[in-house]
Design a binder for this molecule. Structure first.
Ligand SMILES: Cc1ncc(COP(=O)(O)O)c(C=O)c1O
Length: 366
């Protein structure tokens, strides 16, 4: 038996295997889109949105959506500095510039006040990334977007199961993008979803996603524009269909794990993912942030995890620290937080005995 504690792994049951096997055996010819269509329908119902397009990744969904919004050369897109590169790279690929602003110390998500200060005539979009399942201050961001006529995009890659005042993460912005990478709460191995309530945007992204071939085009192999190829396969979608049938249980699993950590770490000088009033956190990644002024050696904790066969996962450092960008040390929350923070292992079948092992090491390191 493998006693290693991974930082995350998917929950695959007989249902996923059955659907994927069926797709591999029968999902061809006339049936080659059946699971894709079914997965999109089920995902729309789960999220409460009108339109969904299954994609090969969240990065691809973001790339197409941003292109469809007309983001291009020398435009600016405002996003949080503490982030994964996947949100920034489509912006750069489109010739635009990611403008990194600081995060809020409680949610670790983008600070709306700084967003407003960063707006220029070249600002084309604001990206709300719901980090680790924590929700952005959507009411404020949407109000700013409205005030300046700038679309708010939701990168909900990490936020399946998170709900903001009755609305699911990813369903509130101009469009939302999800990731079904193997580390995510709902997985298809690799995969993603573009969602929107805007019929024109949907139609445009649908055309983009099919190499620029519009639905109305009757000529074969006749693209109407240069598009993308970010499609999900029917076999991946089959796994997605099984996962979305199990979504309530998958989210409950994440919440069970978070609660256990929280209960057993709450006497320590640290903060964990918040669940602000009126919200529900999907807790994709339970994280600890040690209070300033307390001694904490992240590297020592990681080494101790490693010695005990536990995967350690570092908290995202500011993207502006990377060599491709200019450093922005004035983003002081982002620059001060990552060294005092770490993500804890979380996956559906993680047992209390395994969490106890993790908890014991965290306690010893503090
Ligand atoms: C916030 C965020 N955005 C986008 C992505 C990209 O997702 P994908 O790997 O499906 O392209 C990730 C992936 O981990 C992410 O965490």
């Amino acid at each position: 038996m493998n006693s290693r504690i991974f930082y995350t792994k998917p929950s695959i049951t007989e249902l996923e295997v059955r659907y994927a096997t069926d797709a591999a055996a029968n999902g061809w010819g006339e049936k080659c889109y059946e699971y894709i269509n079914r997965f999109e329908e089920a995902f729309k119902a789960h999220l409460g949105v009108k339109y969904a397009i299954a994609t090969s990744s969240c990065t691809g969904a973001l790339h197409m959506g941003m292109d469809a919004l007309g983001i291009g050369q020398d435009d600016e897109v405002i996003m949080a500095d503490t982030n994964w590169i996947a949100t920034a790279s489509p912006i750069v690929h489109l010739g635009a510039k990611p403008v990194f602003v600081d995060i809020l110390p409680d949610s670790w998500c983008i600070d709306p006040e700084l967003v407003e200060q960063a707006i220029t005539p070249r600002t084309k979009a604001i990206v709300a990334v719901h980090l680790y399942g924590n929700l952005c201050a959507m009411d404020k961001l949407l109000a700013i977007g409205e005030k300046y006529g700038i679309p708010v995009i939701e990168d909900a890659a990490e936020a399946i199961g998170s709900v903001y005042h009755g609305k699911r993460a990813g369903s509130m912005g101009k469009f939302g993008a999800f990731s079904f990478h193997g580390t995510k709460t709902l997985t298809t191995g690799e995969g993603g979803m573009f969602v929107t309530n805007d019929p024109a945007l949907y139609e445009y992204v649908l055309t983009l996603s099919n190499h620029g071939r519009s639905r109305g085009q009757t000529k074969q192999f006749w693209p109407d524009m240069i598009g993308f190829k970010y499609k999900m396969s029917n076999i991946q979608a089959a796994i997605g269909c099984a996962q979305i049938e199990r979504i309530d249980g998958l989210i409950a699993g994440k919440r069970r794990i978070f609660s256990y950590y929280k209960k057993n770490l709450s006497d320590l000088p640290l903060k964990m993912n918040p669940e602000l009033e009126g919200t529900k956190n999907g807790y994709w990644m339970p994280s600890i942030v040690v209070y300033e002024g307390y001694s904490f050696d992240r590297e020592a904790l990681l080494a101790e995890f490693k010695a005990n066969d536990i995967d350690g996962r570092v908290f995202f450092s500011p993207l502006s620290m990377l060599p491709m960008f200019d450093a922005i040390p004035k983003n002081s929350v982002s620059y001060n937080l990552y060294n005092r923070a770490i993500n804890l292992p979380t996956y559906h079948d993680l047992e209390e005995s395994e969490m106890n092992k993790v908890i014991k090491i965290v306690r010893a390191c503090l």
